[in-house]
Design a protein around this ligand. Structure first.
Ligand SMILES: CCCCCCC[C@@H](O)CC(=O)SCCNC(=O)CCNC(=O)[C@H](O)C(C)(C)COP(=O)(O)OP(=O)(O)OC[C@H]1O[C@@H](n2cnc3c(N)ncnc32)[C@H](O)[C@@H]1OP(=O)(O)O
Length: 728
């Protein structure tokens, strides 16, 4: 035998039911490797009837014949302690216990009597308990023990006619799991095995050729390894037989969250989420109840941060809500009279503050964040990464809007995973009011091998090298986060010190959207005199889009300094925390709608113009052309084009105006804004002048493409259908 052979010299083994089959094979194998063996066997029949000393005696004799050491014990396992006493009396200790004894009383469940249930339960589960219970004290005292519970595939998977046996056998797995936990600090391991072997118990159900191929001797090596001093494996479940050994574990789907602070789980939500609940993608393998508790706590915390249950929600936007929201952003009409427009519902120019548009978006996210395509993460590790809002219409000061959230992409950023989401908010007529596109950075979840870039990335914005046109400084309140959370972002990261610590912050951090609200307010303050020729009495310029990146956290009470670089109708901005000289908001940009553009239908969140007034004003060149195309949209054109085209038309001030020509559904539709559903087959970008020339036939599309005047992305074949679209 090689020097690395596993030996059991000095160890004492008790094997129950060792007179035949598996027990006998274990006894011979342990003895052969130096263990002193207690061979227990009642000597009864397969069904547990009768009694004889012969079976145990034969095995003891065989061991002795081969030079080993063994004694017999003839008690039923229900006698528990007397089996253990045999080991102590003869060898002074007990190191290894193999609970192997078993009987069968097979009956289909409808015919099974209580006595048959009890007999099987008493030998397998209660018998294992009684013997192990007696051995436990000895092993604890010794600070060493190896315990094996014999389970069965019938217990693991169920088997017709074996309700009693299956229940007892799976019960043994539960017993093994708990003993493994309780035995850990005493160096006692406990494992469960589900062997397949030809034995007296399987004789009636196994064909002889199969029984010969699955000899008990092929199972014994696993047990010897699990019981050796050098093996610390515990709490395992193994299937073993015929020379094959495998380990089993539990698997749990990611599951679905169907409750929020404002809604509850119902049988219908369970039904509706069934495919998610039962989806094995990204399933995990829990090993302890702690992991369930931890997951529960994560879910509960995340639910606080994600107030709505589904990815689509309606939220009333009322004139009473909006002032509350802007107070959260530090609006102060006493300090700055122009803030009255955002704080006083009876003000002449009362309007929704531009960043109010994030509120319905946030409410609509719900479990979209939690599901995150199968990602598991602690919700405190999630930080708001970037935010972009495109306004297609003025945000109503009253009414109901519906927002629909969708996940765009998940990107591997090394230090974290970046999830990009988009939320479309529509009014009751179905018209798109605004589109929120934003990213969430999950720290510590990078390196999962996903894509490192995304086509959905927000536009890059850099700060000009010239000095800023305006710098505005303002101290936030120490209770700023406590006030801002009333907007519906109940994320404990912003209020609960313990949760902040979990996220490795010394104190709760400010909501990113609150910092952004300050920044936007400063930009409005800086630009209100120039962008649309408005003054600072509250007639703020109309915003077409805004964006920023959250570069570093802000702590409530810190002073924010916003630097603004205004150039025509675009303002680039950056926010710094003065006390720490830390840049906290980068890539800030506000694009103001020009007067011409503001007059076109889906322009922006506006402070001083009614929707009706806007629609009457002069339009961008493209507006008129698209309106003309819409009016003359022919059946032929619809058939020929059959795709979604996105047109990005740039005005003189370099603002981009998005139009969609949607010919996919067989009925042509042309509207302002991103495609309502689906992706564009082809995106075309050019100036409004070039667009006008293209339509008038004065600019050749191919030449425009070659010269770079016209940029094309997507399906080039579709782009060739341009002519059809341009000449309706
Ligand atoms: C409607 C929507 C509602 C959503 C509500 C969400 C719930 C809210 O309650 C949560 C919040 O408000 S959290 C508070 C606001 N956010 C923050 O404070 C985050 C501040 N940022 C950071 O700490 C770091 O930038 C950090 C940690 C994000 C990244 O720092 P690092 O790990 O050091 O990464 P770095 O080495 O700088 O860059 C690695 C790659 O990641 C990209 N990246 C960095 N910051 C990003 C950010 N903020 N957003 C998006 N991408 C970002 C980098 O560009 C880099 O990628 P690449 O290598 O491709 O250039």
């Amino acid at each position: 035998m090689a020097s690395s052979a596993l030996r059991f010299d000095g160890r004492v083994v008790l094997i129950t039911g060792a007179g035949n089959g598996l027990g006998r094979a274990y006894a011979l194998a342990f003895a052969e490797r130096g263990a002193k063996v207690v061979v227990n066997d009642l000597g009864g029949s397969v069904s547990g009837e009768g009694k004889s000393t012969r079976a145990a005696d034969d095995v003891v004799a065989e061991i002795k014949r081969k030079g080993g050491i063994a004694v017999a014990n003839y008690d039923s396992v229900e006698a528990g302690k007397s089996l253990v006493d045999t080991a102590i009396r003869n060898f002074g200790r007990l190191d290894i216990l193999v609970n192997n004894a078993g009987i069968l009383r097979d009956k289909s469940f409808s015919k099974m009597a209580e006595a048959e249930w009890d007999a099987v339960y008493n030998v397998h589960l209660k018998g294992s308990f009684l013997v192990t219970r007696a051995a436990w004290d000895v092993m604890r005292e010794q600070q060493f023990g190896r315990v094996i519970m014999t389970s069965s595939t019938s217990g693991l998977y169920g088997n017709f006619g074996q309700a009693n046996y299956s229940a007892a056998k799976l019960g043994l797995v539960g017993l093994a799991h708990t003993l493994a936990i309780e035995g850990r600090k005493y160096n006692i391991t406990c494992n469960a095995v589900a062997p397949t072997a030809g034995s007296r118990l399987s004789a009636g159900v196994m064909p002889p050729s199969y029984a010969a191929a699955v000899k008990p001797e092929f199972v014994a090596p696993l047990l010897l390894w699990l019981c050796h001093d050098s093996c610390t494996e515990t709490k395992g479940i193994y299937e073993v037989g015929g020379g094959w050994v495998s380990k089993l574990r539990l698997e749990r789907t990611l599951g679905a969250v169907m409750r929020s602070p404002t809604t509850t789980i119902t049988p219908e939500t369970v039904r509706d989420k069934w495919s998610v609940i039962t989806d094995w993608t990204n399933a995990d393998h829990p090993e302890s109840t702690d992991q369930t508790t931890k997951r529960m706590l994560e879910i509960i915390e995340a639910m606080k941060a994600a107030p709505a249950p589904s990815s689509s929600s309606s939220s009333p936007s009322s004139s009473r809500d909006e002032p509350v929201d802007v107070v959260r952003l530090g609006c102060d009409p006493v300090e700055r009279p122009s803030d009255l427009a955002y704080t006083y519902e009876s003000a002449d120019n009362f309007a929704a503050f531009p960043t109010f548009a994030v509120i319905p978006a946030q409410l609509s996210m719900g479990s979209t964040i939690l599901d995150m395509d199968g990602f598991r993460f602690h919700p405190m590790m999630l930080l708001h990464g970037e935010q972009h809002i495109a306004f297609h219409k003025p945000m109503p000061t009253e009414g109901t809007v519906t927002s629909t959230a969708r996940m765009l992409d998940i990107v591997d950023k090394g230090s974290g995973a970046l999830a990009l989401l988009q939320v479309d908010t529509r009014d009751t007529s179905g018209a798109l009011v605004c589109t929120n596109t934003f990213s969430l950075f999950v720290r510590g979840k990078g390196g999962f091998g996903g894509p490192t870039t995304t086509k959905h990335a927000l536009p890059r914005v850099s700060v000009p090298s010239s000095p800023p046109t305006n710098v505005i400084e303002e101290k936030t309140h120490t209770n700023q986060a406590a006030v801002y959370r009333l907007s519906g972002d109940f994320n404990p990261l912003h209020i609960d010190l313990n949760m902040a610590k979990v996220a490795n912050f010394k104190q709760p951090i400010l909501h990113g959207l609150c910092t952004m609200g300050y920044g936007i307010r400063h930009v409005l303050q800086a630009c209100s005199k120039t962008a649309n020729g408005d003054d600072d009495t509250g007639n703020h310029p109309t915003i077409a889009s805004l964006q920023a990146r959250f570069a570093s956290p802000v702590f409530p009470g810190e002073t924010l300094q916003t630097s603004v670089w205004q150039d025509g109708s675009t303002a680039v901005f950056q926010v710094k925390v003065v006390e720490r000289d830390a840049v906290v908001l980068t890539a800030g940009r506000v694009v103001f709608a020009s007067d011409a553009d503001a007059a076109a239908p889906p322009a922006a969140g506006t402070a001083n113009k009614t929707e009706q007034q806007q629609q009457q004003g002069p339009a961008l060149k493209a507006t008129a052309i698209f309106e003309r195309m819409k009016a003359t949209l022919s059946e032929k054109m619809v058939k020929k084009a059959n795709a979604i085209f996105q047109w990005n038309i740039k005005d003189a001030a370099k603002n981009t105006h998005v139009w969609t020509v949607d010919l996919k559904k067989g009925s042509g539709e042309i509207y302002r804004g991103q495609p309502k559903s689906g992706r564009p087959g082809c995106t075309l970008t050019l100036s409004d002048d070039d667009f006008a020339q293209l339509v008038d036939g004065k600019l050749d599309p191919m030449k425009a493409f070659m010269s770079g005047k016209l940029k094309l992305s997507g399906n080039m074949m579709l782009a060739q259908k341009l002519q059809v679209l341009l000449r309706p």
